[in-house]
Design a protein around this ligand. Structure first.
Ligand SMILES: [Zn+2]
Length: 349
């Protein structure tokens, strides 16, 4: 009996199972008369949903994934989630037929203040209620879609914190009042955050979604969960397939924690500590920065990337990938976001 247990324990150590990895797709507009850079056509959206179905993906709600990751439960081998930012009216007009056909769960992140100010541009509460019948959760994208980390000229740190906290809480109240209590999920406008904002959201009970790419795994920072943009040039299923099947690296720690370059460096570095490198060859990791391919330097299970060229003013990111040895055709994927401010501490939308 004891011998059997030892054998079973050995087998379970040797058998390598893929780490929990969820590809979250991020959409904005659905249509062919909106800015292409943030749009998919209804045909492209349907092609994505059909691909998920044909490739046996399990599409789960963000709340379901959150619960299972917290409980340490294994997720299906191919798991995806669907998110749509801003709540544009074209999402209802052009997406409804696709949502009805596939009945996948999805999350729409809305800005209640903008909905009230520009009802012609955004979905109404009634339309959102209707989408709830076809799998939608409605979540928080701030009240008015501003650059949340920006302090006003004469604003103290304390006043900024209170303004931000109020904005998030008031948006959530409007959402819950109109649609019933929704999961406390927040998507950063423009994907921008800092540690203070993360702390405020965590204190208010939120998990939060960013806009750098990579799969959501057990080790992801729960107030900076990555998502894959799926609009425009990213809508192609050739490249999207690699992202949808990507694996989460076993990240233990990373530095710097915040995207904003605060030390005046224009060509930043970052370092990532991994729990292990069991399933890939370190020499095969490539990091992509502004059209350049960089090989990171390794020290034990930590890799470090030094950018040679300055990053542009605004948001940018470095993506690192390495092929899995056990999961044929799948890549580990890690993305590090940066924001470089101009001399006024600002950057473009
Ligand atoms: Zn947005």
């Amino acid at each position: 009996m004891r011998f059997m247990l030892v054998v079973l324990a050995l087998i379970s150590c040797v058998a390598w199972s893929a780490p929990n990895s969820v590809a979250i797709l991020q959409y904005h507009h659905i249509g062919d008369d909106t800015p292409r850079v943030t749009s998919v056509t209804a045909q492209e959206l349907e092609a994505h949903f059909a691909w998920l179905q044909e490739n046996n993906f399990v599409v789960l709600s963000l709340a379901d994934i959150q619960k299972r990751l917290a409980a340490g439960e294994p997720l299906p081998e191919y798991t995806a989630a669907i998110t749509i930012d801003d709540g544009w009216r074209n999402v209802y007009r052009n997406g409804l037929a696709v949502f009805k056909k596939y009945r996948y769960p999805f999350t729409i992140f809305v800005n209640p203040k903008l909905m009230a100010e520009a009802p012609e541009a955004y979905m109404s509460w009634q339309q959102l209620r209707e989408l709830q019948d076809y799998g939608a959760n409605i979540a928080n994208h701030s009240n008015s879609h501003w650059h949340m980390t920006w302090r006003e000229a004469s604003e103290s740190e304390e006043a900024w914190r209170e303004r931000v906290r109020k904005d998030v809480v008031e948006a959530q109240q409007l959402i819950d009042e109109n649609l019933g209590e929704q999961p406390k999920h927040f998507a950063y406008p423009y994907g921008e955050y800092n540690q203070a904002l993360q702390d405020i959201l965590e204190a208010e009970g939120f998990i939060a979604f960013a806009q750098h790419s990579g799969p959501w795994g057990a080790q992801s920072t729960m107030t900076a969960i990555p998502r894959f943009p799926a609009s425009a040039q990213y809508a192609s299923l050739d490249t999207l397939a690699t992202k949808l099947t990507s694996l989460a690296l076993p990240v233990v720690e990373y530095t710097p924690k915040q995207p904003l370059l605060s030390d005046g460096r224009k060509a930043p570095m970052f370092a990532v500590q991994l729990a292990h490198t069991n399933d890939f060859n370190k020499g095969q990791m490539n990091c992509f920065a502004g059209g350049k391919v960089i090989q990171p330097s390794w020290q034990g299970n930590m890799f470090r990337v030094n950018l040679e060229n300055p990053v542009p003013i605004g948001r940018s990111r470095v993506n690192c990938t390495v092929p899995s040895q056990s999961q044929n055709g799948r890549f580990y994927w890690y993305s590090h976001p940066f924001i470089r401010a101009d001399e006024q501490g600002r950057w473009p939308d």
